[in-house]
Design a protein. Structure first.
Length: 178
C-alpha cells in the first residue's frame, strides 16, 4: 500500500480519495484551492442536511419571490418581438421616459407618457384599447410598473420591452431623434 493512502486505510477506495486533505480526486496531491473548495462544499452540504427546515424555508421563499415577480411584472418581449408586434398586430408603443429623454431618441410612432403622469393621462390610450401595447423605458425597470398600471386599467395585451431602449439601441434598431 502506498504511504499516501495509509491515512485512510479503513475506508473504501472511493472514500479514500476525499478523506485525506492532501490527496485530490485523481489520487495525486491536491492543490490548496481544491482542498478548500471540497471542504467548503462538504460543509455546505452538511449544513443543508442538518437544517432541513431552514433550507426548505429558503427554497420556498426564493420560489415565491420568483413567481411573484413573473406574475406581476407582465409579459416581456425583446426588440425583435416588439417589431413583430408593431408590424403584424399594429401594436402601440408607449414610452414612459421623461420628455427630455424621449426627445433625445425614441421608437418610431411611440407615444410619450411619462411614468409620473401615466395614471392621469391613461385616457389618451382609450382609442387603442383593442390593440397590443408595448411599454418602453430606459432599462426595462419602470416599464413593469407601467404595464401593471395599464393592466389594472383594463388593457388586456400589455408587453414590456425587455432591456428597455438600451437593448433596442444595442441591437441597432431604428430611433427617431428630434
Amino acid at each position: 500500500m502506498p504511504p499516501l493512502q495509509v491515512v485512510c486505510s479503513s475506508f473504501t477506495k472511493v472514500r479514500r480519495v476525499y478523506c485525506s486533505p492532501f490527496i485530490g480526486p485523481d489520487g495525486l496531491f491536491a492543490t490548496a484551492r481544491e482542498r478548500d473548495t471540497d471542504f467548503i462544499m462538504v460543509q455546505f452540504l452538511e449544513f443543508l442536511g442538518n437544517h432541513l427546515v431552514l433550507t426548505g424555508m429558503w427554497i420556498v421563499a426564493v420560489i415565491a419571490i420568483i413567481a411573484y415577480h413573473q406574475r406581476t411584472s407582465g409579459k416581456a418581449v425583446g426588440p425583435a418581438g416588439a417589431v413583430s408586434l408593431i408590424n403584424r398586430r399594429d401594436a402601440i408603443v408607449v414610452d414612459v421616459r421623461e420628455k427630455k429623454e424621449f426627445d433625445s431618441g425614441h421608437i418610431v410612432d411611440s407615444i410619450n407618457i411619462p411614468m409620473v403622469k401615466l395614471s392621469q393621462r391613461i385616457t389618451e390610450l382609450q382609442k387603442h384599447k383593442d390593440k397590443p401595447i408595448v411599454v418602453v423605458c430606459k432599462l426595462g425597470q419602470q416599464s413593469a410598473d407601467a404595464a401593471k398600471t395599464l393592466q389594472a386599467a383594463g388593457y388586456a395585451e400589455v408587453f414590456k420591452l425587455a432591456g428597455g431602449l438600451t437593448e433596442w439601441k444595442a441591437q441597432s434598431m431604428p430611433l427617431v431623434q428630434k
